[in-house]
Write a protein of this length. Structure first.
Lengths: 292, 218
């Protein structure tokens, strides 16, 4: 009994002392929880119409009735921001997951097969990444009617490259380990070696890449919507909110742009903090960073 | 009969590690391969176990030349070899508990149903206690892990055993136990053995015949 407890303490030592006690991790976790709860709970629990127009109360500054103020047709900005965050987060998570899946599949194929397949795939990756990805994203999204899924496809198809590179590099370094030789000698097929030995080993890295991709994908959704190419203007997303409020910024009305902007920054910081702590656990010697 | 003829093998195109090496192992025979570090013993062992494609030379298995290596080699040929490597830490998948590690070749070749029974027999052969089987590689000692690696190599009842410095990292008693387990297996099945090492005393006592490589063959 005492032995088991001692063992548990020994195993959890690294987690409890090194990372969970940092302020950064705790505040990031709190922000992430608040964001997710707001997005999941507010729409079903609060019976308010985010599209309710009240022209008598248009462009009011923040007050008790409207904590974030109102927009140019009198819609409550707090409610619009929460609904917008909901759409942006959906796009971000869906696009990041899709990108990570494509990247992992492509990277694992290149790394596990090697040879000319690897060279061919990686030249394709280089080619795609030589095109500015916002430009490519605009091109892809312009082929469809405006909506959530074209934006997801556009962001996913331009963001799988880094995951593919990470996964390929990991697979290449693992492939020459003796335990892979032992698996080959034990009769394992290529597929079995990949699925049983290689992919489980790269999943933490691929998962980290996917998590770091979520805020990046949100930024891209906002950028595309801001350019008028992403979501239709009546769908509240953080990008469409900022785009709609552009005009009023010049006449001194700061709240319709500031609050959606903050709603982009807060989840970004939360995810960056959480992913940074995760990476420090995976690889304590390397500093964590978020690339946007 | 396992015959290596004029094998030249290496990792960079113009710098072979092994040049024109020849070696034969008859069924039931134990051949030792001795030599200094870096002379290509392990590379030859990997070639012999169909894990590394040589640049030139032929490998004859029961008179038939082998043309394909690693995944391209037919599964029956690959699994005819049981391989034990020098470093147990690197030759065990860190995510698999020892039970899965040992049973992995059985599952990979579609014999998963017989795994439990075979696992019990194998662990007794190599001297592992059942309580170790649920542990992962980082929770056992090098000696225990090497025992598990030997059990994995024996799982498919190979006709040839390739032990690449199997005992280099181990203490005397574990070495004795592992060598005894290999010899027990060979007596009961008549398998051939290629033992690579640089412990002269051990290899001379263990093997019927010993081959000495002098300097790096460059």
């Amino acid at each position: 009994m005492a032995e088991a407890a001692a063992e548990r303490e020994w195993r959890s030592y690294g987690i409890s002392r090194r990372s969970t006690h940092t302020i950064r991790l705790r505040s990031s976790a709190a922000l992430a929880v608040v964001t997710v709860l707001a997005v999941l709970l507010v729409p079903p629990l609060v019976q308010l119409d985010q599209q309710a127009v009240d022209l008598a109360a248009k462009l009011r500054p923040p007050s008790w009735a409207h904590p974030f103020g109102t927009d140019d047709v009198g819609r409550d900005l707090l409610l619009r921001c929460v609904y917008g965050l909901r759409v942006s987060l959906l796009v971000g998570v869906a696009a990041a997951l899709t990108a990570a899946l494509i990247g992992t599949a492509v990277g694992a194929t290149a790394g596990a097969l090697g040879g000319w397949v690897d060279r061919g795939i990686m030249r394709l990756v280089d080619t795609v990444s030589s095109v500015p990805h916002l430009l490519l994203g605009v091109f892809i999204v312009a082929m469809f009617r405006p909506g959530v899924w074209p934006v997801v496809i556009s962001v996913a198809l331009t963001h799988w490259l880094s995951t593919a590179r990470i996964v390929r590099a990991e697979v290449l370094s693992l492939r020459s380990r003796p335990y892979i030789d032992a698996a080959v000698s034990g009769g394992a097929s290529r597929w079995r070696v990949t699925v049983r030995h290689l992919l489980p080993a790269v999943l933490p890295q691929a998962g980290l890449a996917a998590v770091l991709m979520v805020p990046h994908a949100m930024w891209h959704e906002s950028a595309l919507s801001f350019l008028g190419l992403g979501l239709p203007t009546h769908t509240a997303s953080l990008g469409t909110l900022i785009q709609g409020a552009r005009g009023s910024l010049l006449v001194g009305q700061w709240w319709p742009t500031l609050f959606p902007g903050l709603f982009i920054i807060v989840p970004t910081l939360a995810v960056a903090g959480l992913a940074g702590a995760w990476r420090e656990r995976l690889n304590p010697r390397r500093r964590s960073e978020l690339t946007l | 009969m396992l015959e290596l003829r004029d094998i030249t093998a290496g990792y960079a195109r113009n710098a072979p590690v092994v040049r024109n090496a020849s070696l034969t192992v008859a069924p039931g025979e134990a051949v030792g391969l001795l030599g200094p570090s870096g002379c290509g013993k392990s590379t030859l062992a990997r070639v012999a176990a169909l894990l590394h494609r040589p640049d030139s030379g032929t490998l004859l298995l029961d008179g038939e030349p082998v043309r394909r290596w690693r995944h391209r080699a037919p599964r029956e040929l690959r699994t005819a070899f049981g391989v034990v490597f020098q470093q147990p830490r690197l030759s065990a998948d860190p995510r698999l508990p020892l039970a899965d590690l040992i049973a992995e070749p059985l599952r990979a070749t579609g014999e998963g149903k017989a795994a439990a029974e075979r696992l019990a027999a194998l662990t007794t052969t190599v001297g592992l206690t059942p309580d170790l089987l649920s542990r992962r590689p980082h929770e056992v000692s090098d000696g225990q892990l090497q025992r598990a690696c030997l059990a994995r190599a024996l799982a498919l009842r190979p006709r040839w055993l390739v032990c690449d410095e199997m005992t280099a990292m181990l203490d005397a008693s574990t070495t004795a136990a592992l060598v005894a387990a290999v010899e027990h297996y060979r007596r009961s099945t008549g398998a051939g053995l290629l033992a690579v090492g640089h412990d002269h005393v051990l290899i001379h006592r263990w093997c019927d015949r010993t081959v000495h490589w002098k300097a790096p063959s460059s």
